[in-house]
Design a protein. Structure first.
Length: 257
């Protein structure tokens, strides 16, 4: 089945684009770059400042607003081109043979049976925390492209990143409509969309890797570090207790349907 793969990328990030081109070409995966809104471009200054006046714009950096707008514009493109489903990636993800097999084996029958208001996460959650956070169901699963996607039963509010996901056109349309009235918010504000009835469920398979971000490999992380300042870390004992509690909760939630 012909499902488009969009890679959100700054046009000036030639090094990242060259790597994505090389990686996808080696795997034989068709994709299309989607030019991201560039927070450093004078041409984008007005649209970013206008967005800052709405929603959560007053607490977001220019880069965060640009990222959010990029995904919004991509949803509009998806609808304009009448794609029922689309895979959306950011240009710092790492793909391998698993993603190739997934795309090759996707079929219309399986997709037609899915909840259109479910978000399918293709990875990106590992490395966000030093302890387990998400509780995945052992029973409520969806088989797609030869891979098992498990429903997130516990702590869905902790889902982060908009680096690799598959979305239905119905959800994209709902997001566009919601954003028109609410205003701008972070691209990965999945919790906000869930609270407003746009996302019913999350299903996760960690087939795509997202490198651990720092201020040297992420434009947004560099902005966040510069603005956040010093943050005191938890003590060793408190961290061990937090990790233990997390393991227990994640284990127990896996038995929920």
């Amino acid at each position: 089945m012909n499902i488009p793969v969009y890679v959100v990328s700054l046009k000036r990030d030639t090094a990242r684009r060259d790597k994505i081109n090389a990686d996808f070409s080696a795997l034989g995966i068709a994709f299309e770059f989607f030019d991201a809104v560039d927070a450093k471009s004078p041409d984008c200054r007005d649209v970013i400042q206008q967005a800052r006046k709405t929603g959560r714009g007053d607490v977001m950096s220019d880069g965060e607003i640009a990222c959010a707008l990029s995904h919004q514009y991509l949803y509009q493109k998806m609808l304009a081109e009448q794609h029922e489903w689309a895979v959306i990636l950011e240009d710092d993800v790492i793909v391998d043979e698993r993603f190739k097999r997934f795309m090759a084996q996707l079929d219309a029958t399986a997709l037609g049976q899915l909840d259109k208001q479910a978000l399918f996460l293709l990875g990106g959650q590992q490395g966000l925390h030093d302890y387990p956070v998400l509780g995945l169901s052992l029973f409520s699963c969806r088989r797609l492209g030869g891979f098992k996607f498990k429903r997130v039963n516990y702590n869905a509010k902790k889902i982060r990143r908009a680096c690799c996901y598959m979305m239905n056109a119905s959800m994209a349309a709902s997001i566009i409509k919601f954003t028109a009235s609410y205003g701008v918010y972070h691209a990965d504000s999945w919790k906000l969309l869930s609270q407003n009835g746009i996302i019913n469920d999350y299903y996760l398979n960690e087939m795509i890797i997202h490198p651990k971000v720092n201020e040297t490999n992420s434009h947004l992380e560099r902005e966040r570090v510069e603005s956040a300042g010093y943050k005191e870390e938890r003590g060793a004992v408190n961290m061990k207790l937090k990790i233990a509690r997390s393991w227990v909760r994640v284990f127990c939630s896996s038995f929920f349907r």
